[in-house]
Design a protein. Structure first.
Length: 218
């Protein structure tokens, strides 16, 4: 009888050990699933907006730089005027697009591409893909606010208007498109792009970016 009892005890210990291991695996799986879901929700959650220009659909993020916020105020003044100065409007769009797109320090992840609200809608998808495969490719996730990566901060953008000329994008032609060269000043030189050119076209009452190149236009 004693030998049988010992065998039963050994079997019970093994069963308990197996159950404990299975329980640990299940709990670990649940924790990982919850963390993944929480991370996904945080990454998808929009950053708080602190101002907007409703007639044009422009918004200002809470985490925008001081420089970008000053440009947004200038844009408000231009667009709220009795008569919109299109040259000034296009110049501010060019500056704000560059200031937001190349300022990676406040971006949550490589998917958080800046400047999208200034992009011509039909160009937006291709633009985002190219951005995530190039400028934004190395941006680490900052979902939990613990990122230690050093990323560029834009402190100033200079733009030079070159011309107004016809420009066609797919089936859309603008006989009075804007072409700008730009130069970027960063808080710290991290070897990111510092110059290039932009083309902007009219879209209803808005002026939007439809092309960006690394080369200066002539």
């Amino acid at each position: 009888m004693t030998k049988i009892t010992k065998k039963k005890r050994k079997l019970n210990v093994k069963r308990i050990a197996i159950l404990i291991i299975l329980l640990i695996i299940i709990i670990a799986g649940i924790v990982l699933a919850v963390n993944k879901a929480t991370s996904s929700k945080k990454e998808e959650a929009p950053v708080k907006e602190v101002a907007s220009i409703e007639a044009y659909g422009y918004t200002l993020r809470e985490d925008a730089t001081k420089y970008y916020k000053s440009l947004f105020k200038d844009l408000e003044k231009v667009l709220n005027a009795d008569e919109v100065d299109e040259d000034k409007y296009s110049e501010l769009v060019a500056k704000m697009f560059i200031a937001d797109f190349f300022n990676l320090d406040n971006k949550i992840s490589k998917n958080d591409v800046g400047g999208k609200q200034f992009i011509y809608p039909e160009y937006q998808s291709d633009f985002e893909k190219k951005a995530m495969d190039s400028v934004y490719k190395s941006v680490e996730s900052d979902v939990y606010g613990s990122r230690n990566q050093t990323l560029p901060i834009v402190t100033d953008v200079e733009v030079t208007k070159l011309d107004n000329k016809p420009f066609t994008y797919k089936e859309q032609t603008d006989d009075n498109a804007y072409v700008y060269n730009f130069n970027i000043t960063y808080k710290e030189n991290l070897k990111y792009q510092t110059e290039g050119s932009l083309t902007l076209i009219h879209n209803g009452n808005k002026i939007e970016v439809v092309e960006m190149t690394k080369e200066l236009a002539e």
